[in-house]
Design a protein around this ligand. Structure first.
Ligand code: DQQ
Length: 640
């Protein structure tokens, strides 16, 4: 069968009939000589795979069959953590669904190779990221006892390069009345004299959310192993008018004009108004609540994990959190407890009045742009004084069942840290891009140049192992196709599934696909005509066919992405086993996805280019790197 099909042949990207699979394109493909390390890694991987297969029992023939529910609605599932006044920690609950009966090797495949995750058990929000004496420190919400949310402590890990990590002992555990129900989310502030101040939310013995102060016991310890909780904690208790279980997650502090520091704490007013309260302090021990919040947005509900930072409009350099002045905008981000989504807006901060105004009221926090349009929550940035950049971390939750999380013994991953800059082409959004250090994991590169994708074409890409990838893809379209589109009926500005063929889309890549396309996760662009006659581009990820395990949530994610005049359609995709992070147009929009294939794993995971449009010729050029695994292990104390 031809790699490319023409539009007069009936074709659907997601076939019922597996025989549509086609051989890899060999032409126009340049494959540089693979290095010795690459060959060695492949051989070792194959050997370990053989070992796994030999040791593994055959799959149980009696897997439980659950009726197909394609794109499911989690809204009827009661979230874990609700009693404690925090958000859904996982869904569905352990009792809601039957497991697919995953085998050990299938579970093993789901664990990531170059994203940060603890050795075992549950993790959620990133906490207090900072750089100190040559080490990046990441703390995280962690349950040391189980793979579900609860008994929350601060896990701690360090890295020289944000990619390879060493686990350290727990930094803080619930051991005082003011945090006995959990050492919840918080942020670090590095003061001009190098002192580090950590503010975090404690859930008290009465389930009241209070803010506590902690600091390193020994600032000259590069590992910052020991943390001291301030003797007069809590330093802030819920003010009048704020529910005692809706007051949490202090931000990094920024310096005001008169030697004062400010922090934000997220909350909710009158059940529906999301609010960022501002506190002022000079010593981090006593605080005054300002008489006005930094911002509120009606209808957005409880704001968790608020983040607030400056961003340069004329440079890609990151800014310390206290920097203000000309050429600087400020980003306000809130994690919406009701939706489990992170929203942000760009605006102007007035340091004298401590006020912030969004550039566009219609794109305010919670109603405009999301940080990530996929499975992503509780994000937090920090200023990396080592490289002069602002770095964003985000929590990627599971979308399988808690039953399976308990069976595999772990849950949740952090995103690859992303550098945040201002998009001075659109001037309406931030750009997010994986830190450059991730490129050190790139092994062999396969390049494909000018692959012609006629309408309805599907092109397998022969790249070998396809479960750890860094993919950079550019798509060019024929402009006369756009003119034809102008006569068409307008469509909704919403993503639809990848096998819905329209004139100008979808086209893109299908990752984690098996040879017969019985499982696949397509990431794609679709050009649509809007009600006012203009053309817009959607960027989407369709999980609906990502797994035959019917109990895992499979969603359709996506949004409009600006593609400016003269720009190609570009995407970068990081595939790391059950994680797919996709960046469109240099990071204007990002979609993080969690997928749990049953067939498209290990050597059966393949990569395809596709063009499922009916009237569009597309040319694709790609660079695809196989990715090495990161070194993520306990700190070698016994070797010192
Ligand atoms: N997670 C923490 C809270 C925060 C929530 C508790 C967000 O501090 O509001 O684990 O995921």
């Amino acid at each position: 069968m031809d790699a490319s099909r023409t539009s007069d042949q009936p074709y659907t990207l997601l076939p019922e009939d597996p025989s549509v699979a086609t051989p890899p394109v060999e032409s126009r493909q340049r494959r540089p000589i693979r290095g010795f390390i690459g060959i060695l890694a492949s051989v070792m991987f194959l050997l370990s795979l053989v070992g796994l297969i030999v040791n593994e029992n055959p799959k149980s023939p009696s897997r439980m069959v659950i009726p197909e529910n394609n794109l499911e609605d989690p809204s009827n599932v009661r979230p874990r953590g609700e009693m404690e006044g925090v958000s859904a920690k996982s869904y569905p609950s352990v009792r809601d669904r039957l497991s697919y009966n995953w085998t050990k090797s299938e579970f093993a495949w789901q664990r990531t190779a170059y994203h940060f995750q603890p050795e075992k058990n549950w993790m959620n929000d990133p906490d207090g990221p900072l750089f100190h004496m040559g080490w990046y420190h990441l703390f995280y919400q962690y349950n040391p006892d189980s793979a579900v949310w609860g008994n929350i402590t601060w896990g701690h890990t360090i890295s020289r390069d944000l990619i390879h990590w060493l686990y350290l002992p727990l930094a803080m555990v619930p051991d005082h009345w003011y945090d006995i129900n959990g050492v919840w989310t918080g942020s670090a502030t590095t003061l001009p004299n190098g002192t580090i101040v950590m503010l975090y939310t404690g859930d008290t013995n009465d389930a009241v959310q209070v803010q506590n102060l902690a600091y390193p016991a020994n600032l000259s310890d590069p590992l910052l192993l020991d943390w001291v909780k301030y003797s007069d904690n809590p330093v802030i208790t819920p003010p009048t008018g704020i529910e005692t279980d809706e007051f949490r997650d202090p931000t990094t502090a920024w310096a005001g004009p008169n030697g004062t520091w400010h922090i934000l704490i997220g909350s909710r007013l009158n059940t529906t108004i999301g609010i960022a309260l501002v506190y002022e302090t000079t010593d981090f021990k006593t605080y005054n609540l300002l008489d006005h919040p930094l911002h509120t947005v009606n209808g957005t509900g409880m704001w968790e994990c608020v983040d607030f930072y400056p961003i340069s409009t004329n440079s890609t350099n990151g800014l310390d959190t206290s920097v203000t002045g000309p050429g600087i905008k400020h980003v306000l981000k809130a994690s919406l407890d009701n939706l489990k989504l992170d929203y942000y807006a760009i605006g102007t901060y007035n340091a004298e009045n401590v006020t912030w105004t969004p550039d566009d009221q219609e794109m305010d926090v919670g109603i405009g742009l999301q940080v990530d349009y996929g499975r992503y929550y509780a994000s937090k940035t920090f200023y990396d004084q080592n490289k002069g950049r602002r770095i964003l971390w985000g929590w990627i939750n599971e979308t399988d069942t808690e039953y399976d999380d308990l069976a595999k013994g772990w849950a949740s991953v952090q995103t690859i840290p992303r550098v945040v800059t201002y998009d001075n082409k659109t001037r309406t959004n931030i750009l997010q891009w994986p830190v450059e250090e991730i490129e050190s994991l790139r092994l062999n590169c396969t390049e494909f140049e000018d692959v012609a994708l006629e309408p309805g074409s599907l092109v397998p890409l022969d790249i070998g192992m396809a479960t750890q990838l860094d993919i950079s893809a550019e798509f060019e379209i024929q402009s006369d196709s756009l003119e034809a589109m102008l006569g068409e009926t307008p469509t909704e500005l919403e993503c639809s599934v990848a096998n819905n063929r329209t004139s100008l889309g979808p086209f893109g890549l299908a990752v984690l696909a098996d040879e017969s396309l019985s499982e696949l996760t397509p990431i794609y662009f679709r050009i649509v005509k809007t009600a006012n006659g203009s053309l817009m581009t959607l960027f989407c990820t369709d999980e609906s066919r990502s797994s035959k395990a019917t109990e895992v949530f499979r969603r359709l994610y996506g949004t409009v992405v600006p593609v400016l005049h003269g720009e190609k359609f570009t995407m970068r995709i990081l595939v790391d086993h059950s994680i797919v992070e996709s960046f469109a147009q240099g990071g204007r929009r990002v979609i993080t996805s969690r997928v749990y294939p049953t067939e498209a794993i290990y050597g059966n995971a393949k990569l395809f280019l596709f063009n499922n449009a009916t009237d569009l010729n597309v040319t694709a050029t790609l660079k695809i790197w196989e990715m090495n695994s990161a070194f993520i292990h306990p700190f070698p104390f016994n070797e010192m």
